[in-house]
Structures are given as structure tokens and as C-alpha cells.
Design a protein around this ligand. Sequence first.
Ligand code: ADP
Ligand code: 5GP
Length: 201
Amino acid sequence: MLFVITGPSGSGKSTLIKKVRRALELEFSVSHTTRARRPSEKDGVDYHFVTERVFERMVREKRFLEHARVHGHLYGTSRAEVETKSRHRDIVLDIDVQGARQVRARVAGAALIFIMPPVASELRRRLVSRGEDSREAIARRLRNARAEIRAYAEFDYVVVNDDLARAVADLKTVIRAVRHRPDAMAASLTPILRSFAKGRP
Ligand code: ADP
Ligand code: 5GP
């Protein structure tokens, strides 16, 4: 099962993913980006940091499942990353709205979850207090958020990230419910169905 967590920058996507990953045994898809590494980030853990040249070559070689220019930088999910990590476990992607649309069109059965900030002023406060982006970068992210939040109804589920503990609980509920969809249950139901096969008691 492939989960996509999307929503505006600063809505809390990476915070929420970090909080639910272990309990729900989710692999994390490490994206490629041309953005400069922040002091708190590790190459290969938070992102694969690459040059525009390398990124463009990967695009030409069709190595991305999805990719987009977001807030002036290139970001993409490599097919190899998803194929390897989703072999034995469910995988979660932290990507923007444009990328989430591409995944929805390309991956049947993907579950798309939109993270909504509680109010515009709090989104600004969180971006500022994160302390990772310049004033211009924050202004650009807030401008883009206006269009991004209007896209919420295109996705399968919405979690409002007001109180963090509540949002973590809501996200866990959504992911657990998705895991009970018939398509997600199919493999584990096989032995049950087989036991009802003709000629058996
Ligand atoms: P995103 O990954 O969507 O860009 P982050 O997870 O980096 O967002 O969150 C942005 C900032 O807001 C971070 O500093 C994070 O610690 C903070 N934050 C996230 N969720 C909450 C919350 N529910 N209440 C208060 N602060 C939060
Ligand atoms: P940041 O620069 O704050 O790490 O991320 C900026 C935005 O890019 C966030 O909305 C994040 O979800 C998005 N993003 C991160 N990785 C990818 C990716 O692989 N593809 C797409 N389309 N967006 C991504």
C-alpha cells in the first residue's frame, strides 16, 4: 500500500510522518531535490540532494514516479526508491499537491491524505518558528499555500493539524482504516477464501 501525505509547506507533514512511522511500520520514501540542504538535514535521510543537471538527467531517463517544481526548486520521487522500499512494507511519501496529483493518476489504489493547517496565521507562525527558511522563502510558501489548500477535496482524506496529539491520532485512524479496504486486505484473505474452495468442508 502506498500512502501520500500532502498539503502546504509548514502544515506539519514531516512532523506527523515522523510521529506515526514507527507505530504503523511505514517505510519513508526519500525524495530527490535540488534545494540546498538545511543545517538540520542529512543527505540520504531527509532527501537525496542533487544538482539540477543530475535531476534533469533523471527526468530524461524517466526515473521519477512523479516530480515537480515547488517553491522554486525541483523535487521528485524515484521509481527505484518506491519499488525497493514497498516490497515488504507500506510506504509513505511526503510530497506537494502537484506531485500528489501525479501519483493519484499513476498508482492505482494509492491513499492520498491532505494535511490542513488550522488557520493561516498559525501556518505563518510555524514556518517562522521552524527557522529554516528565509523571509522571502516563507512569503513564497504562504502565497502558494493559498492555492494549495483549495485542492483539499481532490484527495481521499483530510487531517486538520491543530493540536498535534489529536492530528497524530487522526492520521493513525485514517491509515489503519485504509489498511482494511478490500484491496489492501486481499493478500491476507487468500487462505480464508481457499478454505471455502469447492470440495473442502
Ligand atoms: P511540513 O513538513 O508540512 O513542511 P513541518 O512538519 O516541518 O511541516 O512543520 C512546520 C513547523 O510546525 C515545524 O517547526 C513543526 O515543529 C511545527 N508543527 C507541526 N505541527 C504542529 C502542531 N500541531 N502544533 C504546533 N507546531 C507544529
Ligand atoms: P521542503 O523544502 O520544505 O522540504 O519541501 C517543500 C515542499 O516540497 C513540501 O510541500 C514537500 O512535501 C514537497 N516535496 C518533498 N519531496 C517531494 C517530492 O519528491 N515530490 C514533490 N512533488 N514534492 C515534494
